[in-house]
Design a protein around this ligand. Structure first.
Ligand SMILES: Cc1ncc(COP(=O)(O)O)c(C=O)c1O
Length: 440
């Protein structure tokens, strides 16, 4: 167990200042930072500061930032504006702030507190707007993951985590079996895996519920057990960065908790840094908009500022800032009185599909072809096929039955019922069954 040493004298003075602030607020979070996380900073004296000064003092001739105006309005091409005529051009064409449109960030935070009762009384950072959840995961990885760090995931997982954390960051993945032999969510395996890392200085945990690919969200007692295991390993002295990837948040259909694990984990222990990665991508059915958020459980307002400065450093050096139009569109939706009803309508469609799948698959008629992994939420269900290689089944289903699924490993197929209308579900499952039986 070696402590990571950083020679702060080699760092930029602004980075040193932020680092000492973070250390002062919570030394464990400083220890969790990756080498890059310690090095990165946002230069307040650079362009952005000068632009802000000009905004304050010289509205008349503000020739600072690189955009063009005509008569005080952003310059734009009418053909681009025609379809957007209900919006103020300034909310569409101009740069957004590095951390995202302030009002959008406020609204998303408000929404987070309303939808996650476990957050009541807890301090969380102002959500930082990202370009979708993938970008949020990358920002977290940049700040807190070093080469050789260990990150922990269930064996049923979204494939991109490996690309981000193993391939890009060179971290080491450890998995635990998500379900036990009785197909129950395996909180003991989670705890044992965490405890097996008790000699590490830092671990990173990724929690993704509703899960991709299985569509599972823990029941209340399971969620409590996950949180308790994280606290237990922190009590032993391990620093824990725990990322809740809540891509499919809100689509909870049966028995599970109906909020993010982030609520249970924020501020649970000084050695636990809870991070929430979420966004409009799936929640608001706006996949192409690329609006996500990154939020931290924090112990002080000062920590919010320090972490914002770190994240701003990464954003400034990678994408400079996010797209204004999509942030404007999402803000418009969040402020609309129609949003709740429209989202409830879509939820109901998804819920009914999930119920229907439950009814069809619990009949026992298909048990000789597959086992269904428990699912109660999200966009997907997944099956463990019997006696057939999953990818062989995938190709056969595609070629003979025109059914597209995703094969995961040798045994699992993921089915996105989010893309199949309720009246076609019976036929879909019939084809899945026939395809697998052909090959057995
Ligand atoms: C679990 C999970 N996290 C993150 C993402 C990526 O979201 P985004 O498209 O907003 O980057 C996905 C998309 O499929 C996902 O399934």
């Amino acid at each position: 167990m070696t402590e990571k040493q950083t020679d702060e004298s080699e760092l930029n003075a602004v980075a040193v200042k932020i680092n000492s602030g973070i250390k002062h607020e919570n030394p464990y979070v400083y220890d969790m930072l990756s080498t890059y996380g310690r090095e990165v900073y946002f230069s307040k004296d650079g362009n952005v500061k000068q632009i802000a000064d000009a905004k304050k003092y010289s509205e008349e001739f503000n020739a600072t930032s690189g955009f063009a105006t005509e008569h005080g309005q952003p310059m734009y091409l009418p053909l681009l504006a025609e379809t957007l005529s209900t919006y103020d051009p300034a909310d569409i064409f101009l740069y957004s702030s590095t951390l995202g449109t302030p009002e959008l960030r406020d609204k998303w935070q408000e929404k987070m507190y309303i939808e996650n009762p476990s957050l009541t009384g807890k301090k969380i950072s102002k959500p930082i707007a990202t370009i979708g959840l993938t970008h949020g995961l990358n920002l977290a990885a940049n700040l807190f993951v070093d080469e050789g760090d260990t990150y922990i995931l269930p064996d049923k997982q979204w494939e991109n985590y490996k690309m981000i954390f193993s391939e890009t960051k060179k971290a080491h993945m450890i998995t635990y079996p998500m379900y036990d032999n009785d197909f129950k969510f395996n909180t003991s395996a989670f705890r044992e895996t965490l405890l097996s890392q008790r000699d590490k200085k830092k671990i990173i945990i990724i929690l993704n519920f509703p899960n991709n690919p299985t569509g599972y969200t823990p029941l209340a007692h399971e969620a409590d057990e996950l949180a308790a295991a994280i606290k237990e390993v922190a009590d032993i002295g391990v620093n824990v960065v725990v990322i809740s990837d809540d891509a499919y948040f809100g689509l909870f259909y049966k028995d599970s908790i109906t909020e993010s694990l982030f609520g249970r984990l924020a501020n649970i222990h000084p050695r636990v840094l809870a991070i929430k990665v979420d966004g409009a991508t799936k929640e608001e059915y706006t996949w192409g908009f690329r609006v996500g958020f990154l939020t931290f459980g924090i112990n002080s307002d000062a920590m919010n500022t320090y972490l914002e400065e770190k994240v701003m450093g990464v954003i400034r050096t990678t994408i400079s800032n996010g797209p204004t139009p999509s942030q404007t569109f999402i803000l418009h939706a969040l402020k609309s009185p129609e949003l709740a009803k429209q989202k409830a309508d879509k939820y109901e469609i998804m819920h009914q599909r999930a119920n229907k799948i439950d009814t069809i698959l619990s009949s026992g008629k298909y048990d000789d072809a597959w086992d269904l992994y428990p699912f109660n939420s999200g966009y997907f269900f997944a099956i463990k096929v019997k006696g057939v290689d999953a990818d062989t089944a995938r190709i056969h289903l595609l070629q003979k039955y025109h059914v597209g699924t995703i094969a995961l490993g040798n045994t699992d197929l993921r089915v996105a019922f989010s893309r199949v209308d309720i009246e076609h579900l019976e036929e879909l499952i019939k084809r899945l069954y026939e395809g697998i039986k052909d090959l057995q």
